[in-house]
Ligand binder design. Structure first.
Ligand SMILES: NC(=O)C1=CN([C@@H]2O[C@H](COP(=O)(O)OP(=O)(O)OC[C@H]3O[C@@H](n4cnc5c(N)ncnc54)[C@H](OP(=O)(O)O)[C@@H]3O)[C@@H](O)[C@H]2O)C=CC1
Ligand SMILES: Cc1cn([C@H]2C[C@H](O)[C@@H](COP(=O)(O)OP(=O)(O)O[C@H]3O[C@@H](C)C(=O)[C@@H](O)[C@H]3O)O2)c(=O)[nH]c1=O
Length: 283
C-alpha cells in the first residue's frame, strides 16, 4: 500500500480522494495552512511518504483579484515549497492546475506545451506554482483540469441547481467553451499518476485532463436542468453581459491526448459524472 500525503481535505477533489484512498493522510487547513509554505514543506519532511498530492488551492477566482498576495502565496509559493521538500526526499509530487493559465484565444484545444497567458490573478498564481515546481527539478506531474464539479463544496452545478429552483429563466454565458470535469475522475487520475510516478517509470511533465465533450457554460447549464428535471430556461449571453472582477478564457478546450498516451487515462464523460453527482445530491 502506498504511503500517500494529500494537502486538502474539504475540497471537491480532496473529498473524492478520501473516498478512493481512505488510508492516505489528509492535511486540512489546521494541519497545514498553505499561506505558510514552510509549514507545508515541514509536513512532507517529517513523514515517510511514497508520493504527495496537492489538492488544496485558493480557488475563489474573483476574490483573488483583490487578494493577490494570499493567492500567490497559496497557489505559487506553497506548491513550490512542497515540490522542493519532495525533491529533497526523492518522492514524486502531483499538483493540480487549471485551464485559467491560458488566455483563451482561438478555438483549438490547448496542448500542455502551448504558450500560457493568464487573464487574472488566480490563473497567474496557478502558473507561478507550475513554474516553481518545475524549477525544483522534482519528479512531478502537473495535472491541468477545468470546470470541476462534484457533490461537495461549491461549483457551477450546485449554483445552477440553486438558481434553477428559484427562477424560470437564467442568463448564462455561451462564448466560453471547455470541458466540465467530475472531481471523482480527477481524484482517480491523481492516484494512478502517484502510482506510476512512485515506480519511477512515469515521465515528469504537464498533462491535461478534462471531461468530454467540450461545451459552453450555457449548454452545460441546459444539461444540468434537463437531467435534474428543473423547469428553467437558459438564455445565451456573451461574457460582456455577465461582468465579473476576473476575466475568464473564452477557449478553455484542453487537448488531453498526452495523458492517454503516457498514463492510459481517458477523458471522462461529464454527463455520466453529472448523473452520479445528481444522484449523490438526491436530485
Ligand atoms: N474548482 C474548479 O473548477 C477547478 C479547480 N482546479 C484546481 O483543482 C484543485 C482542487 O480544486 P477543488 O477541489 O475544486 O478545490 P475547492 O475549491 O473545492 O477547495 C479548495 C480546498 O483548498 C483548501 N485551501 C484553500 N486555502 C487554503 C489554505 N490557505 N491552507 C490550506 N488549505 C486551503 C480549502 O480548505 P478550506 O475548506 O479550509 O477552505 C479546500 O479544501 C486546485 O488546485 C484547483 O486550482 C482546476 C481547474 C478547475
Ligand atoms: C452563476 C452564473 C455564472 N455565469 C458564468 C460566469 C462564468 O463566466 C461562468 C462560470 O462561473 P463560475 O464563477 O461558477 O466559475 P469559475 O469560478 O470561473 O470556475 C473556474 O474555477 C476555477 C477554480 C478554475 O480553475 C476553472 O477551471 C473554472 O472551473 O459562468 C453565468 O453566465 N450565469 C450565472 O448565473
Amino acid at each position: 500500500m502506498m504511503r500517500l500525503l494529500v494537502f486538502g481535505r474539504t475540497g471537491q477533489v480532496a473529498s473524492e480522494l478520501q473516498q478512493l484512498a481512505p488510508d492516505a493522510t489528509f492535511m486540512d487547513r489546521a494541519a497545514a495552512d498553505l499561506s505558510d509554505p514552510a509549514a507545508c514543506a515541514a509536513r512532507i519532511a517529517e513523514g515517510d511518504w511514497d508520493a504527495v498530492i496537492n489538492a488544496a488551492a485558493y480557488t475563489a477566482v474573483d476574490k483573488a483579484e483583490s487578494d493577490p498576495d494570499t493567492a500567490m502565496r497559496v497557489n505559487g509559493d506553497a506548491p513550490t515549497a512542497m515540490a522542493r521538500a519532495c525533491a529533497d526526499a526523492d518522492i514524486p509530487f502531483i499538483q493540480i492546475s487549471t485551464d485559467y493559465v491560458f488566455d483563451g484565444s482561438g478555438t483549438a484545444p490547448r496542448k500542455p506545451g502551448d504558450a500560457t497567458g493568464p487573464l487574472g490573478v488566480y490563473g497567474r498564481s496557478k502558473l507561478a506554482g507550475e513554474q516553481g515546481i518545475i524549477a525544483t527539478g522534482v519528479r512531478h506531474v502537473i495535472l491541468r483540469t477545468s470546470w470541476v464539479f462534484s457533490a461537495h463544496g461549491n461549483n457551477f452545478v450546485k449554483t445552477m441547481l440553486r438558481l434553477g429552483a428559484e427562477r424560470d429563466m437564467i442568463s448564462v454565458v455561451a462564448d466560453q467553451v471547455g470541458g466540465p470535469t467530475p472531481a471523482a475522475d480527477i481524484a482517480a487520475a491523481c492516484l494512478t499518476l502517484s502510482m506510476n510516478m512512485s515506480r519511477k517509470d512515469g515521465p515528469s511533465g504537464i498533462y491535461h485532463l478534462a471531461g468530454e465533450p467540450d461545451v459552453s457554460w450555457a449548454d452545460f447549464a441546459r444539461a444540468i436542468f434537463a437531467r435534474s428535471g428543473l423547469d428553467c430556461a437558459v438564455k445565451d449571453i456573451p461574457s460582456s453581459e455577465f461582468p465579473l472582477p476576473a476575466a475568464r478564457p473564452a477557449n478553455s478546450r484542453l487537448d488531453c491526448s498526452d495523458i492517454a498516451r503516457d498514463h492510459g487515462i481517458a477523458r471522462p464523460d461529464w454527463a455520466a459524472g453529472l448523473s452520479d453527482v445528481l444522484a449523490a445530491l438526491k436530485v
